[in-house]
Design a protein around this ligand. Structure first.
Ligand SMILES: NC(=O)c1ccc[n+]([C@@H]2O[C@H](COP(=O)([O-])OP(=O)(O)OC[C@H]3O[C@@H](n4cnc5c(N)ncnc54)[C@H](OP(=O)(O)O)[C@@H]3O)[C@@H](O)[C@H]2O)c1
Length: 249
């Protein structure tokens, strides 16, 4: 699928990897719906940057975590707003997520709710809401951001890695539900950016040493893989590792 003239929704697009994905898709001709939650300022800057390269960019705010209304209702509201502002959706990139360590023995029910809601249930309900509309238009791509540790669990991050293992399974389940007109794939990043809260030098070194290439990747590496999947028409249910060889090191 050529991206020129198409519309892509990128969740958590205000900054970091999501921002790079939005810029990459816009650079290939897509109009972008920038979803953000707290990062309004960076999202507005990104909107201007996308408009400068001649594409349209729309801002839609939504909280996918705990709130009073049910998650599915909040997602339905968000999706209605997306279609009201952008008119159609050709590509959905489920990028928004949370990440923090949860040492075994201290994991709480709240941790589970946080990870499963934001990292797994929200991408599922977004894919369901937008997927049924894509079925009607008989085309569309859904691209999920998983993590290589969804296949090789990091013991200090169990609820996080289980949410990403769920994303891997969800990707293949959705590919089956939405075939043959809609393709659903995932990218499994390795270490790309330290968490927003920072990382000790020792933790950074440990993350690097788990890769075969002995270094972090860049947001551009991930954005390139997402754009490749958005443009591919004969891949579905695929899991693309962009992890510096961590899976085989
Ligand atoms: N960074 C890495 O090295 C790495 C490695 C492996 C996998 N990944 C995956 O790649 C993706 C992007 O990574 P990243 O590090 O760039 O992500 P990030 O900065 O941790 O989060 C991306 C965005 O998710 C949004 N978000 C978080 N909680 C939300 C909520 N409750 N409701 C709505 N939006 C929410 C935030 O939007 P606002 O800022 O607007 O609030 C945030 O900017 C994620 O799925 C991540 O798991 C990243």
């Amino acid at each position: 699928m050529k991206l020129a003239g198409k519309t892509a929704v990128v969740t958590g697009a205000g900054q970091r990897i999501g921002r790079e994905i939005a810029l990459e898709l816009a650079g290939r001709g897509a109009d972008i719906v920038i979803h953000y939650n707290h990062s309004k300022k960076p999202a507005v800057l990104l909107q201007a940057q996308i408009e400068q390269i001649g594409r349209q960019a729309f801002l839609v705010q939504a909280e996918f975590g705990d709130a009073k209304k049910s998650l599915s209702q909040r997602i339905q509201k968000f999706v209605r707003e997306v279609y009201k502002t952008a008119g159609r959706v050709d590509v959905l990139v489920n990028n928004a997520a949370i990440f923090y360590p949860t040492p075994f023995g201290k994991i709480t029910g709240k941790d589970w709710d946080n990870f499963l809601t934001v990292n797994l249930k929200a991408p599922f309900f977004l894919s369901q809401e937008i997927g049924v509309r894509m079925l009607k238009q008989k085309s569309g791509k859904i691209i999920n951001l998983a993590d290589w540790t969804g296949l090789r669990p990091n013991a200090r991050f169990l609820p996080y890695v289980i949410s990403k293992a769920g994303i891997i399974s969800m990707t293949q389940g959705l590919a089956k539900n939405l075939a043959p007109d809609i393709q659903v794939n995932a990218v499994m990043p390795g270490p790309i950016l330290p968490p927003a809260g920072g990382m000790t030098a020792a933790a950074k070194k440990a993350a690097e040493s788990k890769t075969l290439l002995k270094r972090f990747g860049t947001p551009k590496d991930i954005a390139g893989a997402v754009a490749f999947l958005a443009e591919s028409d004969y891949m579905t249910g695929a899991l693309i590792p962009v992890e510096g060889g961590a899976l085989i090191s």
